[in-house]
Design a binder for this molecule. Sequence first.
Ligand SMILES: Cc1cc2nc3c(=O)[nH]c(=O)nc-3n(C[C@H](O)[C@H](O)[C@H](O)COP(=O)(O)OP(=O)(O)OC[C@H]3O[C@@H](n4cnc5c(N)ncnc54)[C@H](O)[C@@H]3O)c2cc1C
Length: 443
Amino acid sequence: MLRRLNRRPPARGEHVLYWMQASQRAEGNPALEHAVAEANRLEKPLLVCFCLDPRGEGRQARHLGFMLEGLAETGKCLADRGIAFLLRAGPPAEVVAGLADDAALVVADRGYLHGQVEDRTRLADRLAVPLVEVEGEVVVPVETASAKEEWSAATFRRRIARHLEPFPTSPAQRAVRVRSADDENHETLGLDRPADLLRTIGAAEDAGPAAFTGGLAAARRLLDRFLREGLGRYATERNDPNAAVLSCMSPYLHFGQIAPLEVARRVRAVGGASAAAYLEELVVRRELSMNFVRYNPAYASPACLPAWAAKTLAEHAGDPREYEYALVDLEAAQTHDPYWNAAQRELLVTGKMHGYMRMYWGKKVLEWSSTPEEAYHTLLTLNNRYELDGRDPNGYAGVAWCFGKHDRAWKERPVFGKVRYMNARGLRRKFDADRYAARFGEE
Ligand SMILES: Cc1cc2nc3c(=O)[nH]c(=O)nc-3n(C[C@H](O)[C@H](O)[C@H](O)COP(=O)(O)OP(=O)(O)OC[C@H]3O[C@@H](n4cnc5c(N)ncnc54)[C@H](O)[C@@H]3O)c2cc1C
């Protein structure tokens, strides 16, 4: 899906510029391939630029280190294709506008969160050349799947299914006609000393490095392993945190290091019940999250909740809480509940909590906070600070789900009202919760 973000006339320019932000990869990237096609049409070289934005407040070295590993690989792949890659520090509207002085046109990829949309709007206003946005982080373009906010996975599934037959294809990779000259002196930050870069941009260091290596090659290694060892058991064991059957694609998808279409096509080729269960998560649930942040401007606060959930939570806001924890206690995994503590420790240590535990983790914070508003804030803070895949449409939708979004009303009970409840007994019924707690138990 391609969209013009301004109506400026094309300029003569010396190059075509692709401002990379959401799709941080050199393969399976529709925005990059569009930029290559435009550069070839105009017989000009292509420059790709990425901005390390110091305004990315609250970003941990954990996230940025993973991102820089991916960008180092992307820069090398682009160089092999004859495309210059420039890494600059600064807000995109300023950095890209500066580089665009000599550009014939600028291509951007698409992001859905407020900051990403604002960056594109600001840049579109500032540029004197055309700015074109190409969507690449979904299997089905968001507005094609649905023109409005969807109520639930059930309503969304029906709509998106119409666009999955035939299944979408990946963009063809073209050779560039005019290679960027090696001797051209483009100013760029080096990626060979990531620790120095992290210091320069003032990355916070509350969390240690995550247990994942960034980049497309690492994503493909994990995907290969998942297809060999995990997928066959995914339909039956994905809710068991001891089973190690998840794909671990979420950090790579979050940074655009692997195309969702590549993952979807490889899983789909296997077929069967597990592939269907996986595509339900990767395509239906993930793209429902994009639908949510695209159409619900309040996605980062309880104001996004459906009326029934807001009403029932308000009615129970004054209910006594058996336990109440402040953000610092939760952050340090200091609660009475060994399963919750284990989930929080898994997050602190690895940078990725198991998907099933994320639901329990979120529900308990609602139960143990003095108000739903405080719980909402705590969850987004912890999710965005520690999850490698945090600050993602999936994170905002996941937190909202804990408060009733995309769900239905259940039996009424204290604190939760009619919002779905989860308890430790439910965990023990599903899997060996004590084994999980022991794995991530206190040192
Ligand atoms: C409170 C809470 C917070 C969450 N925060 C995030 C977050 O910050 N970032 C994030 O990417 N996901 C988040 N999720 C959704 C989900 O838990 C993760 O996407 C999943 O655990 C990622 O691990 P995986 O890639 O190994 O998953 P797999 O089970 O292997 O799934 C493959 C892919 O499908 C998608 N997917 C899986 N489950 C979901 C789901 N429930 N909703 C939407 N998409 C899904 C993801 O893109 C995932 O990478 C959250 C869920 C909850 C309940």
